[in-house]
Ligand binder design. Structure first.
Ligand SMILES: *Cc1c(COP(=O)(O)O)cnc(C)c1O
Length: 536
């Protein structure tokens, strides 16, 4: 990209830069980490703003009772660079000091992380646990990210043309941008209009409850009004104050993370007055982070695709053996599945009719490896994990559950599985990037037409679809429709192709790689953000 590009400050609560840098939880963070790496590859003017989490997200292990439990410990990193900058944010009438660290270790554009874990802070724990708390503590974290983030940029002397809020968590940054302007004598509406010209916003979650809102009196008590009045806060975010609504109203442009998600998001937020228009920019992955270079090369030369895959599959089988003791077989179709365990993602869907699935497992037609954490406070999600663990005990050496899902597990599974199963209840999966990792590694997607998959799926050519995009108000009707299709395609198409038509399978692997490796690579996504969001 030539000309002078706008310089961008990208705000996000979490970043998945590396498996052992525990400042991420899941898809949002992985996307943000990949984005900062892709920005570096293209050499565009961008910095990231985030939080240095002391304990990160939960380490979720499985107890002797087969149930998940959460553990936390302090992480110490030797690669954080001290910028010497400290900023203060007034939270609950107290000055909270935020130290600013810089991270460039992962071939990324500079990432600045705010940290309240300092001896001078009574509130040192604010940056303790990622998504660990709700209410006041969550607001405090969002004040550090948003308000502290803007102050850090000023102190660091970084010129910014565009502030990009990746998800609504960062929206309090808008109050700081407005406060700065109002201090120069601008009135509220002029400050809002002028702030809108420099802010863009990416919305991620198509689940209403997933879009946070806060009571105004609580925000006021916390100091999150940041100089604005109640009326002005309501004008921005409504009452209660909805972070997504506020972000739609303080930005000039917003986007959803896949084309189908753009439709869903526009419907979902159509009641909001004066929102930024929501366009679709489909997520992507940082290819060097996730895709086996040997596999890309094999695909280009159209040779040794199968051998390269079998090496990755053996690596996965070895990894599973080391972690769980389970013995998987390299000649048995291996289904991979890893997702956050939330009810709408239906992780244990394939077990719905055990009459169908048990013989396939017992006769070694299929073997399945699962992974995924439930949010520490999500009992429904935890029940799903317990159920998957129970299945792994019932079908040893055919069903595996890997505890404590992280980037290492994600990478190993999306390289070494034969197929990648994804069956959320449509249209609740905004994008999903693990399927892209799988696709480019020659791991065939077997997925409902949700998130990014409708943009890539050519059934029977580069993977398979589950269902026909059918949706119903009646959840069990929709589940039934999807389930029938899942079993039919698995038994009539996938299993026969795998065991009886290896040439076709390898051809599909190649189609999978070739049809996704450019379209869903981070380079395309970074360019689209510059063209559609930042550049005017
Ligand atoms: C890729 C990845 C994700 C995102 O995948 P989804 O398809 O959105 O579930 C989440 N967590 C980890 C550890 C990953 O590697």
């Amino acid at each position: 990209m030539q000309n002078k590009l706008p310089s961008v400050a990208y705000f996000c609560m979490e970043y998945g830069m590396d498996s052992n840098f525990k400042i991420y939880s899941g898809g949002l963070g992985i996307l943000a980490g990949d984005y900062l790496k892709g920005a570096k590859d293209l050499n565009v003017p961008m910095v990231g703003i985030g939080i240095k989490w002391k304990q990160g997200y939960t380490d979720q292990l499985i107890g002797a009772d087969g149930k998940p439990f959460d553990t936390y410990h302090n992480h110490v990193y030797d690669f954080l660079v001290d910028t010497g900058v400290k900023v203060t944010v007034k939270i609950r009438q107290r000055d909270v000091v935020c130290k600013v660290w810089k991270v460039e270790k992962f071939n990324n554009v500079p990432l600045y992380l705010l940290d309240t874990d300092l001896p001078e802070n009574e509130d040192a724990w604010i940056t303790g646990q990622l998504y660990g708390w709700f209410g006041e503590e969550r607001i405090a974290q969002e004040m550090v990210l948003g308000i502290g983030g803007i102050k850090a940029l000023r102190q660091l002397g970084i010129d910014v043309d565009v502030y990009h809020f990746n998800e609504g968590h960062a929206v309090l940054a808008a109050t700081e941008l407005m406060r700065e302007k109002m201090l120069t004598g601008m009135d509220f509406y002029s400050a809002l209009n002028s702030t809108r010209k420099e802010v863009v916003f990416t919305t991620h979650t198509p689940i209403v409850q997933g879009n946070e809102s806060h009571y105004l009196n609580r925000l006021e008590y916390m100091g999150a009004f940041n100089g604005l009045t109640t009326e002005q806060m309501v004008h921005i975010g409504g009452a209660p104050f909805n972070m997504t609504v506020a972000a739609l109203r303080t930005s000039k442009r917003s986007n959803a993370v896949a084309q189908l998600h753009a439709e869903t998001a526009n419907k979902m937020w159509q009641h909001v007055e004066y929102p930024a228009p929501i366009v679709g920019i489909t997520n992507a992955i940082h290819v060097p982070t996730w895709v086996d270079a040997n596999m890309l090369e094999a695909s280009e030369n159209n040779s040794s695709i199968w051998e390269t895959h079998m090496k990755n599959k053996r690596d996965l089988i070895k990894f599973v053996k080391e972690r769980t003791g389970a013995k998987l077989e390299e000649d048995v179709l291996l289904i991979g599945f890893s997702r956050r365990a939330a009810t709408y993602k239906r992780s244990n869907f394939i077990f719905t009719d055990e009459k169908i699935i048990a013989p396939l497992l017992e006769n070694k037609k299929i073997q399945i490896v699962f992974s995924g954490k439930a949010h520490p406070l999500d009992d429904g999600g935890k029940a799903i994990v317990s159920n998957l663990v129970a299945m792994s005990k019932k079908y040893p050496d055919s069903v595996v559950f890997l505890e404590n899902y992280d980037m290492t597990i994600g990478k190993t599974l999306t390289r070494g599985s034969d197929i990648w199963l994804n069956n959320p209840r449509r249209p609740l999966e905004a994008s999903g990037t693990s399927g892209m990792k799988a696709a480019m590694n020659g791991v065939l997607n077997f997925s409902v037409l949700d998130g990014w998959w409708p943009e890539a799926c050519d059934h029977g050519v580069n993977g398979w679809q589950i269902g026909n995009a059918f949706e119903s108000e009646n959840v069990s009707e929709q589940d039934e429709n999807d389930l029938k299709s899942l079993y039919k395609v698995l038994q009539e198409e996938i299993i026969p192709t795998y065991y009886d038509n290896r040439d076709k399978w390898v051809e599909m692997m190649r189609n999978s790689i070739e049809s996704t490796k450019h379209q869903f690579a981070m380079e395309r996504m970074v360019k689209e953000y510059y063209e559609l969001m930042y550049q005017y």
